[in-house]
Design a protein around this ligand. Structure first.
Ligand code: B12
Ligand code: SF4
Length: 487
């Protein structure tokens, strides 16, 4: 057997760039460093292996530059983190690597691989990592130093072996407090990323302190990827992580956990600890309308929270029930009101074109959103993700208008990927655009937007103005990236 000494890992986010994910809104696109790749790199380095990250968003990448990078870095293993938006590109890069450097081991992990592992099995990928790979990647790297073909690692499928008939359950990490801390600045040029427009602060990073979600929302891939068992970082350790970032001059955070207030006591402890340590930060989070209390929202505000994003999904009770969301439209409206009274900006996410939804359902949802107290709202066109429970229902109750394996409509020019039988594609797209227009082009929201905008650092303001101009007045010269990205 060939003995490989400390293989060097190159970890890649193979995105095509913001244009493919955000279409005409690319110039204002959210681009944040991938936590998944950073977690893998941190686990490898903690165990003495060498790992570098290349994020195509910021480093720019094409086939030739990737091959050159591998040659120069003498990498033995190349790993792709694959999202629905990056599957095609990842497979194309993998094929090029195998053609040029047959000895380089190519592996893939990430959301899309975990959701549809069998599809990657018949491809040019040597090893498929299903689920959270913090532990399996270390076992894999260790095994590689002894054997050229590691086998028997839980959560890892060897592409040269038959795909297990019973499928592969995602591997999950037991205790996330045992994982090495993620320091994004070690892997990414943070000044090259952009937070979303409503995010405050001069310097911003995204952090995660919980994995897993116990809810069963049928459209969501989160629980399929990270499981239903919730594993939370100790509040003190989480706040230590914030302090680390503060020490490198970060002053604003996006808490990217699916439901920040899922464990109310933990959320409260984090807020108390931020206040006790006198951390002068601003932060926003994502949560559900049925996991908040007025008391919790108040302490969140006191500790620097300025914005809560609620996944309302729709304000149609029949659809909420069918999607097993677990709350009603009235709870959404009440939750938004409670957060507003606590002094928080609210952002309601509402999908358009859900299974069995009719034009009148959408009109009703938009009417309720307009009447609600929410400061801001998103109205993306619904897209079913493979591997989620809703996907089968979508097969029966609608049709795909583009190949679902490679496409993502979320925020991309409000284009449909799938359309319910109850509607036509142009109607879904028009109604999503109309929802945006009716929500934003009215004095109340324009005022809220003005407040958000006034707080943005100057260079980000300039970026969004140019993005807006290029969106509404298409002109090639305005379609370039502008401004310093980070602050
Ligand atoms: C934070 C987040 C974002 C952030 C940051 C993205 C990022 N890339 O880190 C932003 C807002 C930028 C974002 C953007 C998008 N996101 Co997002 N996002 C999330 C969220 C909420 C958490 C992800 C996370 O950081 N988890 C924590 C880390 C540690 O876990 P992880 O990334 O899964 O990584 C682990 C494993 O997957 C694996 N792994 C990952 N990469 C690799 C690579 C190798 C080589 C190996 C071996 C293993 C491995 O090991 C990691 C450690 O355990 C999830 C929901 C969720 N709960 O998963 C959605 C989620 C992942 N996003 C999703 C989508 C669709 C998108 C977008 C395509 C949306 C869009 N059109 O704008 C873009 C794509 C961006 C891109 N190409 O990177 C979907 C994925 C569905 C799919 N089939 O791909 C999810 C599941 C949400 C959902 N709608 O259900 N996202
Ligand atoms: S939508 Fe939110 S609450 Fe529902 S399963 Fe997904 S992460 Fe959990």
């Amino acid at each position: 057997m060939r003995r490989l000494v400390s293989p060097r890992f190159l970890l890649i986010n193979p995105t095509d760039g913001p244009e493919s994910e955000y279409g005409k809104l690319a110039a204002a696109a959210t681009q944040l460093p991938q936590l998944g790749l950073a977690a893998i790199a941190a686990a490898l380095q903690e165990n003495g292996f060498s790992a570098d990250i290349c994020d195509a968003h910021v480093h720019g990448l094409d086939e030739n530059s990737l091959l050159e990078l591998i040659r120069q870095g003498n990498y033995g293993v190349v790993g792709f983190s694959v999202y629905v938006t990056t599957e095609r590109r990842a497979l194309a890069y993998a094929a090029a690597i195998k053609r040029t450097f047959p000895h380089v081991i190519v592996c893939a992990g990430g959301p899309q691989v975990t959701l549809v592992p069998a599809r990657f099995h018949d491809s040019v990928i040597d090893y498929i990592f299903v689920g959270e790979a913090d532990d399996s990647i270390v076992e894999f790297a260790t095994a590689l130093t002894h054997s050229s073909r590691p086998t028997g690692i839980v959560g890892v499928v060897d592409g040269s072996q038959p795909f297990p008939d019973e499928g592969v359950s995602p591997r999950l990490v037991n205790n996330i407090d045992n994982l090495p801390p993620i320091r994004l600045d070690r892997y990414y040029p943070l000044e090259s990323f952009y937070p979303p427009v409503h995010v405050r602060g001069q310097k911003v990073v995204n952090v995660i302190g919980v994995r897993g979600c116990p809810y069963k929302c049928t459209f969501c891939a989160a629980a399929e990827i990270n499981g239903r068992r919730v594993r939370a970082m100790a509040p003190g350790r989480f706040v230590d992580m914030l302090e680390y970032y503060i020490s490198i001059e970060i002053n604003s955070f996006i808490f990217y956990v699916d439901t920040f207030t899922l464990i109310k006591r933990r959320a409260q402890e984090i807020c108390e600890e931020i206040i006790r340590r006198r951390l002068n930060i601003e932060w926003k989070c994502f949560t559900r309308v049925d996991t908040i209390t007025a008391e919790l929202l108040t302490i969140m505000r006191q500790s620097g929270c300025y914005c809560v994003m609620f996944g309302c999904e729709t304000l149609n009770d029949k659809t909420l029930l069918a999607m097993k969301k677990g709350f009603s439209s009235q709870q959404c409206i009440d939750g938004i009101g409670m957060a507003r009274r606590a002094g928080l900006v609210t952002l309601a996410s509402i999908m358009v074109g859900l299974p069995e939804e009719t034009e009148s359902d959408i009109r009703n949802t938009v009417r309720l959103a307009l009447a609600s107290e929410t400061s801001l709202a998103f109205f993306p066109v619904f897209e079913p993700y493979e591997g989620t429970p809703i996907y089968d229902l979508c097969r029966r109750t609608g049709k795909w208008v583009v190949d679902p394996r490679y496409s993502n409509a979320l925020l991309k020019d409000q284009e449909s990927v799938w359309v319910p039988d109850t509607m036509t594609r142009p109607r879904v797209e028009d109604m999503a655009k109309e929802a945006f227009r009716s929500f934003y082009f009215r004095p109340k929201t324009l005022f809220a937007l003005g407040e958000v905008f006034a707080r943005l650092p100057a260079a980000r303001k300039a970026r969004f103005i140019k993005a807006g101009l290029s969106y509404f007045l298409p002109h090639p010269r305005l379609r370039t990236r502008v401004g310093s990205r980070f602050h």
